[in-house]
Design a protein around this ligand. Structure first.
Ligand code: PSU
Ligand code: MN
Length: 303
């Protein structure tokens, strides 16, 4: 085992006995939602995963140790410290371990650490992707590169239209990452169930998804797969409300000259500010929905 990795006892026991485990990220806790809703959501997500037959493993870096599985106290710590904790992508991993510091794991580092621990299924809200205007800024999330090289299934509610969803799908195609729709042929757009872009394949159940992923693994294909699980209708937002809010957030981001790793957290916070609590409620609900599908899929994968 990697000498920097700590797997929490319950998670370890599950992995060793071939029982289902679902990885969860910590950037969504410390950078994606305000306190205390972030802690409440993270704990509820773990509960939903248990109720659906799997063991949750929230992933983070604490004092330079890579943690697969956090205690409720550690989740509280990440939620309370919030954006003060370094947002950790692939490039940050070695330095955080070398210095013995904390890091909030993005989709990228969660995939990396899940893979080190032997966890194959990961649930989150949204992934990073190709930003609008990337033709000139070259702002493309490391999440896409990680999907291209690490064999973990990521279940999300699609990408937010803070990104260029069409270009994000083109990038994934180039890198050979299959994009699967859970019960849909449309790539979901996070707050809404349809982006207007097609996924590569549609599946209709966690069993079908697990069968597909098992085949991907048995073929020895190196990268991950991306699953777009649409937000339930009752929680989806009105495009006429969310789209102008996103446009306004991007405008502000550009005029303030915000760049690099600060871009995504700024846009997420701005959209929330403009739409009030509505987008936060939708965000929380879609994460719950992804957690359930992930737990059921992980269970099927273990059969
Ligand atoms: N998109 C969301 N919510 C999030 C993120 C993205 O809708 O919380 C977070 C995830 O942790 C994701 C990261 O991996 O932002 C991507 O950041 P960047 O675009 O800087 O790669
Ligand atoms: Mn970026």
């Amino acid at each position: 085992m990697n000498k920097y990795l700590d797997i929490n006892p319950e998670v370890k026991e599950a992995i060793e006995n071939g029982r289902p485990v679902v990885a969860l990220e910590s950037t969504i806790i410390s950078h994606g939602m305000p306190y205390p809703q972030n802690v409440e959501t993270a704990l509820n997500v773990e509960k939903i995963i248990r109720e659906n037959g799997a063991v949750p493993a929230t992933i983070a870096i604490i004092g330079g140790r890579l943690k697969a599985g956090l205690t409720p106290e550690e989740i509280e710590y990440f939620g309370k410290k919030g954006p003060e904790i370094t947002k950790a992508s692939r490039r940050d991993l070695a330095m955080l371990c070398a210095k013995g510091e904390d890091g909030a794991c993005t989709v990228t580092t969660t995939m990396m650490i899940a893979n080190m621990a032997g966890i194959k299924v990961f649930a989150t809200g949204g992934i990073g992707g190709v930003h609008r205007g990337a033709e000139t800024t070259m702002d493309i999330s490391a999440d896409l590169e990680e999907l291209a090289q690490t064999q973990v299934m990521v279940i999300c509610a699609g990408c937010k239209s803070i990104l260029d969803i069409g270009l994000t799908l083109e990038y994934l195609e180039t890198h050979g990452v299959p994009v699967i729709g859970m019960g849909t042929e449309d790539m979901p757009a996070f707050y809404t169930s349809k982006s207007g872009f097609k996924v590569d394949y549609k599946v209709d159940s966690p069993a079908e998804l697990a069968h597909f992923f098992k085949t991907h693994i048995e073929l020895g294909l190196k990268g991950g797969i991306l699953v777009g699980n649409p937000i339930p209708d009752e929680y989806s937002m009105d495009p006429e409300v969310i789209n102008p809010a996103i446009d306004k957030a991007i405008e502000e981001c550009n005029s303030l000259g915000i760049k690099g790793k600060a871009t995504t957290p700024f846009l997420l916070a701005k959209v929330k500010e403009i739409t009030g609590g509505d987008s936060l409620e939708s965000n929380i609900r879609l994460v719950y929905n992804n957690a359930k599908v992930a737990a059921l899929t992980a269970s099927e994968l273990c059969k």
